[in-house]
Design a protein around this ligand. Sequence first.
Ligand code: G
Ligand code: G
Ligand code: NA
Ligand code: MN
Length: 253
Amino acid sequence: FQLINELKEAIEQNQLVLYYQPKLNLVQQKITHVEALVRWIHPKRGIIPPDTFIPIAEKTMQMDALTRWVITEAMAQYHRWQAKGVNMSIAVNISAENLKDELFCHWVIETLAQHSVPVSAMTLEITEDAVVSDPELAIKQLTLLRNNGLTLSIDDYGTGYSSLAQLKQLPVDELKIDKSFVQKLLHTEADQIIVQSTLQLAHNLGLKVVAEGIEDNETLQWLTERHCEMGQGFYLSRPLPELPFNDWLSQSE
Ligand code: G
Ligand code: G
Ligand code: NA
Ligand code: MN
């Protein structure tokens, strides 16, 4: 497949771009966080979504280079927002490969310091699967990252295979309830029960909760009333490139 050979070039030649999707703080009713989502602007094929090339990067040992590019770009974006007086904390997605790599975890900590980005300005989103394959190693790396002040988030919560016993041991700060439980929340009693119990479980374990996949105002209100800390979804905004995101942000204030 041609894309395999082209991905290395794409990373080196800056054909990748980050889109940003806001996370609304439901307590303060303010946008304090965004999730960075990578896209490949291919010279011939146009925009290639991450679902297409992340699996290729994983199979061809290119996740390290890709995630380092994403984090470096997110740090540059942090400073561009600071220069405009916008204080934004950025979440990036980390793959299972990254979490297994001790060098990578040290690189993250060092690079933030080198670029004068406070650790509080960066969240790492990790899927449950990254933890399941080697829980001991994952816990060790997560502990290192968290002891250094990074915010850690379990992404797509509820769709993976981690046990509650594991969840209890994980040194993380928040759970992101998977969008499949949120999108049709108000029309699906089972989803309401799942989300309500997850909120209780997370809060009792001292974790904050982000609900992703919010597609209407009623769902946003339902979650706010139940003390969900943050919300993300197409109802607020789709992931947008930097400039449209900045326009959206100034209009939403
Ligand atoms: O943005 P979109 O909905 O197309 O994202 C599809 C999938 O790609 C999501 O699961 C998302 O987490 C993943 N993804 C997007 N950006 C990144 C990234 O920078 N790194 C990794 N590992 N996954 C990403
Ligand atoms: O796997 P991950 O949670 O990182 O995936 C995030 C992706 O989910 C985003 O890139 C975005 O495209 C998608 N997403 C975000 N909000 C919504 C939503 O409200 N509805 C749907 N269908 N997808 C969403
Ligand atoms: Na994510
Ligand atoms: Mn998710």
